[in-house]
Each structure stands twice: as structure tokens, then as C-alpha cells.
Design a protein around this ligand. Structure first.
Ligand code: FES
Length: 262
């Protein structure tokens, strides 16, 4: 629930404004915006020309009267353009492009944890601390990171390279303990391989993902068992989607499920 200060700030102007609250650590990011020197609604944000091509492509996936469906991919694009975090000026730009009130975009950005509304380091480490990772040594991994980088949970190194944040399950429990660094998963970690990974990042050369889009740091290919078998015996069929579903432009909400091939 928003604090009374935040509620008043939103109600008074219809948009998020500065409050005098101190910025809290990233682990407890408030659901309301707090102005900081590098993050105010008055600052300038616009997509690059190249990204405007992507904006066009994203919006073309939705009917003209459902532009707001593009809010999440557009926020993601803005965050990537802005070095991994999402200033309020970028949210305002997305609101302008999708034709909605800024508060509609703020409520999306503050709901999904994939959006970082405070500045993060070049390598944003999200460390899973949920039960399977915890019983497989995530606390050791956390202490290793904290000691090696000289930061605590929720903090960023002075050189702006690393931010550490403990999070809940990231869905790679079979290869616990693990971290997500920016878009990538590093799994089956030990304190030694964690340090190896941090040093590789400092050298600007983080290890590439493995064949299946993650990197178990113990030599596994994926989350195979000791015999290397998987549970799939054939390639699953792709979902059926009609590629011409929006060719006529607007879609009647009454038939939207049909158009989406549900
Ligand atoms: S418990 Fe760590 S990924 Fe699920």
C-alpha cells in the first residue's frame, strides 16, 4: 500500500512527484517515486532513432486501439537503453507513446520486479535466497559476494560496476545455488566459481551462456541428472497463432480472444 505521503503526492497532481523521504536500499524500493539528482520528471528521456524502429515494431504487434498492451515491452526497451534502470522521465515517454496517463505506466513499472526504478550497477546481481538455494549454500555465495566486492545486500559498488540484491526463487532450483546477472543465469555456484565470475566481469569478459541459455558453473550442460537424460522425448509443437490476426486494424474487445488464438 502507498504511504500517505505518496498517496497525497499522486492525488494532488495526478502524477508522481518528489517527496522528502530518503532513498531506501534497493531491497526495499518504495512503490512511489522519490526524486534524486539523476531521476526527476523534468529530466529528458527519448528513445534513440534505432530504438524508435523497435518501438514501431512492438506497437505493430497490437491492434491500434490496444497500444497500452505495449507498455511492458516499451518499458523494457527504455530500461535497456538507459543502462539497466528506468527513470521516471522514461516512464513518462512510454505513457506519451501509448496514449495513457503516466500513472498507468507507473503502476506497471512498480508492480514488476524486472523494472529497476533506481540506478543499478553495470552488472546487476540478483541472488536467489529461497529454500532450495538456501539449503545448497546461497548464504555462502552472498557472503562471498559481499566480502569480495565490499558491499551489502541492496548496495552498489563505488565504481558503479556491481549491484547486489537478494531475491526470491528465480526458477532454476534444480541448479541451486544460482544468481541472475542482468539477463543471464549462473548456476551450480560455489564460493570459488562466484569469485571467478566476479573477476571475469571486472575484466569486462563475463562467461557466455551455455547451449540452453544459462551457465551451470560446474560443467553441466543444463539441469541434467547424473545419466544426462531429460524428460522430453520429442520437440513440443509450437502454439497455433494466426499471423493475419490484426491485419484489419482495430479489434473489437468482444472478439479479442479469437484474434489472439486462445
Ligand atoms: S530456490 Fe533458487 S532458483 Fe528456485
Amino acid at each position: 500500500m502507498l504511504s500517505s505521503i505518496a498517496r497525497n503526492s499522486v492525488a494532488a497532481s495526478g502524477r508522481v512527484v518528489a517527496t522528502k523521504l530518503a532513498t531506501r536500499s534497493l531491497a526495499h524500493t518504495p512503490s512511489f517515486h522519490v526524486n534524486t539528482p539523476d531521476n526527476t520528471p523534468e529530466q529528458y528521456f527519448d528513445f534513440t532513432e534505432e530504438n524508435y524502429g523497435r518501438v514501431k515494431s512492438i506497437l505493430s504487434k497490437y491492434p491500434a486501439n490496444y497500444k497500452q498492451s505495449g507498455i511492458i515491452p516499451l518499458l523494457d526497451l527504455a530500461q535497456r537503453q538507459n543502462g539497466g534502470w528506468l527513470p521516471v522521465a522514461a516512464m513518462d515517454k512510454v505513457a506519451q507513446i501509448t496514449g495513457v496517463k503516466p500513472s498507468r505506466v507507473y503502476e506497471v513499472a512498480s508492480f514488476y520486479t524486472m523494472f529497476n526504478r533506481q540506478k543499478v550497477g553495470k552488472y546487476f546481481i540478483q541472488l536467489c535466497g529461497t529454500t532450495p538455494c538456501m539449503i545448497n549454500g546461497s548464504e555462502d555465495i552472498k557472503q562471498t559476494i559481499e566480502k569480495h566486492l565490499g558491499i551489502k545486500n541492496g548496495e552498489t559498488t563505488e565504481d558503479g560496476l556491481f549491484t547486489l540484491l537478494e531475491v526470491e526463487c528465480l526458477g532454476a532450483c534444480a541448479n541451486a545455488p544460482m544468481i541472475q546477472m542482468n539477463d543471464d543465469y549462473y548456476e551450480c555456484l560455489t564460493p570459488a566459481t562466484m569469485i571467478e565470475l566476479l573477476e571475469a566481469c571486472k575484466a569486462g569478459n563475463p562467461p557466455k551462456m551455455g547451449k540452453w541459455g544459462s551457465l551451470p558453473m560446474n560443467g553441466q550442460v543444463s539441469c541434467e541428472g547424473p545419466l544426462g537424460k531429460t524428460s522430453l522425448f520429442e520437440t513440443p509443437a509450437p502454439p497455433k497463432v494466426d499471423p493475419d490476426r490484426f491485419k484489419d486494424g482495430n479489434v473489437d474487445p468482444a472478439s479479442v480472444k479469437e484474434h489472439m488464438a486462445y
